[in-house]
Structure formats: structure tokens, C-alpha cells
Write a protein that binds this ligand. Structure first.
Ligand SMILES: [Mg+2]
Length: 427
């Protein structure tokens, strides 16, 4: 039996709290609408038995406007109710302009006119009415709408989202996540050592293999050198994780997994192509270390199958690839029921890290630490950090969670001026 580490509390006790009520005033007491047909519960879209649909605000409002502000790499969403209340969310990074178009083409006509209080119904309708256009872009667009509605709740209730979900505003420990496969082993050690000493971060992830490369490597023996050099230098002072980004067949994954274990690395992420779930399960069963993954997985029924067959020791759903907070919450509860921790995926400093912070402080089964990119000013991080404020800051190895209502940040009006604008509204 592998070790299970949650930040706060045991899964079983917290799961009861999560199912029975979160913030007691945010949940209704009846069964979820449409969830029971005939003799057996119809546990659609990732509901577990006993799940109660959210009821965070009073019913009676209507969503009458959805706006997007997009560049190629980032898009923000603003949802407005007929009361004039608004909320801000974000579509996942990269090709966000395409996802914004999908939002207006495929989702807006479903969501406009609905009651924002019915968020479970809204996300289910968006998925089910798009059954011919499954997953990726529909879910990315839905993530923008769902996160904007959660912010709307926060503005109406004047509470941060994590409190609406039953959590509390306290800092979350992070692991420093390297995205680089061009960095040399000694350079990676120097960078992580400096960040450890300057920022107090005590866990780091480095990259091995090469992304979806059929057992490839960035250069000959880089993976062996990374494992021995980073593991040898840092495993005594830090927790270490490695990410293979869908690289290996099971035999190679188990080979490198044993090497990682030998050098004190504790967690092995995405060892095999993520679509090869039998391969991943074989690796998880063979290794003593924790195997994690799932950032690309956006079909919630597939999540149920992977969770119940113990494909991973730790699940890492991405809130914005999966379709927002509501669907990530359901996925975390499914894992909680069988004692598997959840660390939502947050690979850049956009609002996805903020969403993950709130989730980590509310789900009953958070893992030990949140992913935080250590390419602080490079690539996408430079761009997303100009989008909202105040910036996420590390203090003593932890990320502070904003205590203001909703997501607790303000959108930068100058960034909005540079973005392409589209709006859908009730006519
Ligand atoms: Mg990863």
C-alpha cells in the first residue's frame, strides 16, 4: 500500500463534509436535478452517489451577456447577469482565440438565458448539447464560462471562491516546476538550489525523456545524467518529482522509475503516452514511488474509469482543459472516494494557478504541494502576468491565496485594450 499525503485531513472525513455541504449555505438538500431515473441513480458527468448540485446563490437571475477578450495565447471571459453583476474567468492558454470562437459559436446560445445559480446544469448542458464536438475546445471554452460564473458567485456573496467551496484562505506549499528540456543537469541543480535558498521552495520537478517521443531523449544520456545529478545534489534537502510527458513504453518507464527511486525521486508524472491507460497502470503497479498524471484528460467518464482502476497514485486534472471548477470538483470527489489525492494541473502563472490554489484549499483530498512554474518571466508567463493583479507571490515556499471576493484579483484594463473583443447577448 502506497503512502497517501493530504495537506489537511483524511479523505473520508473531509469527503463527508464536501458532499454534505461545503459552505453549508452553498448546497441544496435534494438530489441533483435529473440525477435519478428509475431505481438506480444516473450518475452523469462524474457525479458520485450522494452528490448535491451547487446552490451558491439564490435562483432568479438570468445570464444575459458573455464577452471574450482574446489573443492567440490567452483569453478572458466576462459573464453578466440581468442584475448587472459580473464575473471574470479565463479560457486555457494557447489557441485561446480559437476556443473563444467556439465559446460564441457552440456554447453561448446554451448558456444565455440560463440561471447562473444552476452551474451544474449549465456545464452538463454545454457538454451534452455538444456531443458531436467532444472535449478539447468545447471544454476549454466551457472552462472560461464556468470560472467566470464562480467569480460572479464570489462577487454576489462577497467571499473568495475557496470559502464558497467550503475551504479557507491559507497559503499553499508549491513545488518549483521546471519546463525545460534544453537545460543541462548542472545548470538545473544551480537554478533549483538558488530558488530553494531564496524563496524557501522545498520541492522541485525536472523533465526527463522527451515529450511524446516514443522513448526518445533530448540528447543521448540526458535523462540518466539528470536523474543522477539532480537526485544526487538535491534529494537530501528537497522532495523531487520527474515528468516524462508521455514518453515511454512500460518497460522503459519502469527502468527509469527504478533509477528515479534509487536517487530519491518521489513522484513520476506521465510516464507513458497518456492515452495508453493500460501501460500507465502497469507502471503504477510495478513502482513503489507515486505515479501521477491526467493533465490532458478531459472526459469525465474516462476519469471515473482511470480512478476506479487505480491508473494513478495521484491525479492531476487541469481545471481549464477539463471544463472548469465544477467538473474538476466532481473529479476530485471521485478520487477522494477511493483515497487518491488530487493536485490540479497548473503549468503557468495565468489564472489557472489561481483556480488551482482555491481548489487545493477546498477539495477533501489535496496533494502535498501545488505546481508552480520556475520559468518566472519567460514565454507564456511573461504574457499572463500582465493580464491581472496582484501577481502571485511566493513567501517561504508557499503561494498566498487572495482573500478578496471571487478569484481575488483584478483584470488589467490595459491588457483588455490589446485583446480582440467578441460578445454574445440575449437579443
Ligand atoms: Mg506534466
Amino acid at each position: 500500500m502506497k503512502r497517501r499525503s493530504f495537506i489537511r485531513n483524511s479523505a473520508s472525513a473531509a469527503l463527508l463534509t464536501a458532499m454534505a455541504g461545503c459552505d453549508p449555505s452553498t448546497r441544496q438538500t435534494g438530489d441533483s436535478p435529473g440525477a435519478v431515473t428509475g431505481k438506480l441513480p444516473y450518475l452523469h458527468q462524474g457525479r458520485i452517489e450522494g452528490y448535491r448540485d451547487f446552490n451558491v446563490i439564490d435562483r432568479g437571475l438570468t445570464i444575459n451577456k458573455i464577452e471574450t477578450f482574446s489573443t492567440q495565447n490567452i483569453a478572458l471571459v466576462r459573464v453578466t447577469a440581468d442584475s448587472g453583476d459580473t464575473g471574470w474567468g479565463q479560457i486555457s492558454t494557447y489557441n485561446s482565440d480559437i476556443a473563444a470562437t467556439i465559446l460564441h459559436r457552440n456554447l453561448a446560445q446554451i448558456v444565455l438565458g440560463m440561471d447562473p445559480a444552476a452551474i451544474d446544469e449549465i456545464v452538463d448542458e454545454c457538454i451534452e448539447r455538444n456531443l458531436k464536438y467532444p472535449w478539447s475546445y468545447v471544454n476549454r471554452a466551457l472552462g472560461g464560462i464556468d470560472t467566470a460564473i464562480w467569480d460572479l458567485y464570489g462577487q454576489i456573496r462577497q467571499k473568495p471562491v475557496c470559502e464558497l467551496l467550503g475551504g479557507s484562505v491559507t497559503p499553499v506549499p508549491v513545488y518549483g516546476s521546471s519546463m525545460s528540456r534544453t537545460i543541462k543537469p548542472d545548470e538545473e541543480v544551480a537554478r533549483m538550489t538558488r530558488i530553494r535558498d531564496e524563496m524557501g521552495i522545498k520541492a522541485f520537478k525536472f523533465r526527463i525523456g522527451k515529450e511524446a517521443s516514443r522513448n526518445g531523449d533530448a540528447w543521448e544520456n540526458r535523462t540518466e545524467d539528470m536523474i543522477s545529478t539532480v537526485g544526487g545534489a538535491l534529494s537530501a534537502s528537497c522532495s523531487l518529482l520527474a515528468d516524462a510527458n508521455s514518453c515511454y513504453t512500460p518497460d522503459r518507464a519502469i527502468h527509469y522509475g527504478r533509477m528515479l527511486e534509487e536517487f530519491g525521486v518521489q513522484q513520476f508524472e506521465e510516464p507513458c503516452p497518456y492515452w495508453e491507460t493500460d501501460w500507465i497502470r502497469e507502471v503504477t503497479g510495478a513502482l513503489g514511488m507515486d505515479v501521477s498524471g491526467g493533465e490532458q484528460d478531459n472526459d469525465i467518464a474516462r476519469w471515473r474509469s482511470m480512478i476506479n482502476s487505480h491508473t494513478f497514485d495521484i491525479i492531476q486534472p487541469d481545471p481549464l482543459y477539463l471544463g472548469g471548477i465544477t467538473r474538476t470538483w466532481r473529479t476530485a470527489l471521485m478520487a477522494s472516494k477511493v483515497g487518491i489525492p488530487c493536485i490540479p494541473h497548473s503549468a503557468n502563472h495565468g489564472m489557472v494557478t489561481l483556480f488551482t490554489l482555491h481548489l487545493m484549499r477546498a477539495i477533501p483530498n489535496p496533494g502535498k504541494y501545488l505546481e508552480f512554474s520556475i520559468e518566472f518571466e519567460e514565454g507564456i508567463n511573461h504574457e499572463v502576468r500582465s493580464m491581472y493583479g496582484p501577481a502571485l507571490e511566493i513567501e517561504d515556499g508557499k503561494l498566498n491565496l487572495p482573500a478578496e471576493p471571487g478569484w481575488g484579483v483584478t483584470v488589467n484594463p490595459e491588457w483588455l485594450l490589446k485583446a480582440d473583443y467578441q460578445a454574445s447577448e440575449l437579443g
